[in-house]
Design a protein around this ligand. Structure first.
Ligand code: MRU
Length: 357
């Protein structure tokens, strides 16, 4: 992705450190966070320095590579115990996104398959880099397929941040938008602010501004207004996990946008790599939904006039809050799922043909 006209990835490794764009600070400050070991990488996932399903998948993959690097012994059994502990710590960082488990498993398998005390570390680092490169390429392919669905002159609504910041590069939902823009299509993006953490207002808007793509931020509860008034032609969102019947877990608020899109006859697309499908979930009811801290609702943070990032309370001190981070959009509201292999109908028979194991 372009940041101040320079090309960046969201997360990368220079053994033994993992580097990531610090998403807690955007859009106010652009800083790179250095994680020196797998425990810090797990913390960065938990605290959302790095966030978005494919990005935490890559961070998890790099975390296992760090854990392999940290092992100094020669004994396979001890190595296995060490890596299994790291696997548990990394996978426990966040519960909903399938890519986290996929990325960790990818590197674990390659490392165990090729174990030899002297070179295990090299295998793990190579596997994690391979995973990140592969994810960037899948997202580019999603962009190419999705671009074919976007017409010149369209107004597009997106929710949360499913951009390059949520992946290694390109994005999922933002990848077709990016490619349409590179192809000189005249498009306009409506960006849901995405309370409570405001990933739309702070991250998607920032990415679009970096690429000079025309956009406007709208309050979360304004999408219906714009749809009903004919301002939205197309909706595209990302996904954290997709069940085999086509139900989609994505950022809280996605479900209501999908229902509103159907009510207003607007196509509603989900963009995600096949690694987001979970063969073990037959329907969305089986997808675990992360419950985050109530402070994300009770407080807002932003930059004051002295350029200081501040957190302020917006609710009565006596009030508590409920904060589910994701919701499930039933397949019946989804027009199509844009993957690296093309656009799938969200029905079991078609999904099973693409997703194995
Ligand atoms: O809680 P977050 O910011 O990690 O949630 C991110 C989303 O919900 C994205 O839409 C999803 O991960 C798809 S990212 C390409």
């Amino acid at each position: 992705m372009l940041v101040n006209n320079q090309s960046y990835r969201t997360v990368w490794m220079q053994d033994p450190s993992v580097y990531m764009i610090n998403q807690q600070l955007l859009p106010h400050r652009f800083e790179i966070y250095e994680s020196k070991n797998h425990l810090q990488t797990a913390d960065a996932i938990r605290s959302m320095i790095v966030r978005g399903a494919p990005a935490i998948g890559a961070a998890g993959a790099f975390g296992i590579a760090q854990a392999a690097s940290e092992f100094t012994g020669k004994d396979f059994d001890n190595f296995k115990i060490h890596l299994k502990k790291a696997e548990h710590v990394l996978k426990s960082a966040r519960p909903t996104a399938n890519d986290l488990f996929y990325g960790v498993d990818f590197v674990m398998k390659k490392t165990f398959d090729n174990f030899d005390a002297g070179i295990a570390k090299k295998y793990a680092v190579n596997a994690a880099n391979e995973y990140a490169d592969w994810n960037a390429e899948l997202c580019r392919q999603i962009g190419e397929h999705g671009n074919k669905l976007i017409k010149n002159g369209q107004n597009i609504l997106t929710h949360c941040n499913a951009g390059a910041l949520a992946c290694v590069d390109f994005g999922t939902a933002l990848s077709p938008i990016r490619i349409a823009h590179y192809n000189k299509k005249n498009i306009f993006v409506y960006v849901d602010e995405t309370r409570p953490r405001n990933q739309g207002a702070s991250l998607t808007a920032w990415e679009l501004a970096q690429e000079k793509i025309n956009h406007v931020i709208i309050a979360d509860n304004a999408a219906g207004f714009f749809m009903k008034n004919g301002k939205i032609d197309f909706v595209i969102v990302g996904a954290d996990r997709i069940a085999m019947n086509g139900d989609v877990a994505n950022k809280i608020g996605t479900y209501e946008k999908a229902v509103l899109a159907k009510e207003n006859n607007i196509p509603f697309y989900v963009a995600a790599p096949l690694s987001t499908f979970d063969a073990k979930c037959s329907s969305g009811n089986e997808i675990p939904i992360e419950e985050r801290h109530e402070d994300e609702i009770l407080f807002m943070s932003g930059m004051d006039e002295n350029s200081e990032i501040k957190k302020i309370r917006i609710a009565p001190i006596e009030s508590s809050a409920k904060n589910p981070a994701f919701d499930i959009t039933p397949a019946k509201y989804i027009t199509g799922i844009i993957t690296e292999k093309g656009v799938l109908n969200p029905v079991k028979e078609e999904i099973e043909g693409f997703v194995t194991g």
